[in-house]
Design a protein around this ligand. Structure first.
Ligand SMILES: Nc1ncnc2c1ncn2[C@@H]1O[C@H](COP(=O)(O)OP(=O)(O)O)[C@@H](O)[C@H]1O
Ligand SMILES: [Mg+2]
Length: 247
């Protein structure tokens, strides 16, 4: 049976500007299945981050249907979207957003349920830090870690509750190539092991090749259709159209 994770129908989003409302997103129809791993590509300013904010319930849609893991996010008010996000979504950011005054372990503990027993929490945290190769660093402050290590800790924070949907917004945008590649592979591995659906925005076509599905945001967002693309975007578009990984 095909299990749907994301369903988007007629979703619109606009932002208020001095000259009135500026439409950013219009998506007729799109869906993703449980376990899909999608690289989302597109020029800067095209609305990719806004799209992830809609998927994660950070921002409300202006209209249309948005369903995530069987929950109708488009009908929720803000407090309901917050609860939905805490349960269903793991978010990974370009700049990690670890709290600098807490150790990386404390950063992760902060998102774990209060109801969890101390021994269980300690075991789970130990297993996860070992999984990402940070077992010796978990009692250190983020600033003592390399940027790649900080992102590994942020990935633990995002994934420790095994969210059905993981959203990563340019998670390797501030990392050198080698680190970026290992972080992207880690995201993919952990998502696969958890059975999570992964949507990752990236500008890096080589890293996008690691993903089974590459998606040009212009093929999704009606407002971008027919717009001139840069040559690198065209290349990615052709790969997406071909539907295959060509490495
Ligand atoms: N909160 C906001 N208020 C007004 N305009 C916004 C807001 N967030 C994003 N925008 C605008 O929406 C467009 C898309 O932004 P964004 O989703 O960040 O694009 P991308 O992630 O593809 O670079 C940009 O023109 C940006 O200036
Ligand atoms: Mg962005």
């Amino acid at each position: 049976m095909m299990e749907e994770m994301i369903r988007v129908e007629g979703v619109r989003k606009a932002f208020s500007q001095q000259q009135g409302r500026l439409p950013i997103i219009e998506i007729d129809q799109w869906s993703a299945r449980k376990g899909d791993a999608i690289a989302l590509l597109g020029p800067s300013g095209s609305g990719k981050s806004t799209f992830l904010h809609l998927l994660g319930g950070v921002l409300p849609v202006d209209g249309g249907l948005l369903e995530i893991a069987g929950q109708q996010v488009s009908g929720m008010k803000e407090s309901e979207r917050d609860a939905f996000r805490a349960q269903t979504v793991g978010y990974v950011f370009q700049d990690f957003y670890l709290i600098p005054s807490l150790t990386v372990k404390e950063n992760v503990e902060l998102v774990m349920p209060r109801s969890m027993s101390k021994p269980l929490r300690a075991r789970l945290i130990g297993e996860w830090f070992e999984r990402v190769g940070l077992q010796d660093r978990m009692n250190q402050l983020p600033a003592k870690l390399s940027r790649g290590q900080q992102q590994r800790a942020a990935i633990v924070r995002a994934m420790i509750h095994c969210p059905p949907l993981v959203l990563a917004d340019e998670p390797t945008g501030s990392l050198d190539w080698e680190t970026a590649s290992s972080i992207m592979k880690l995201l993919l591995d952990v998502s696969r092991e958890n059975g999570s659906t992964l949507v990752t925005v990236t500008h890096d076509l080589h890293l996008a090749e690691l993903f089974p599905t590459k998606l040009q945001f212009a093929s999704l967002n009606q407002l971008l259709k027919g717009r001139a693309e840069s040559s690198s975007d065209k290349r990615a578009m052709q790969e997406t159209a071909a539907g295959g990984v060509s490495s």
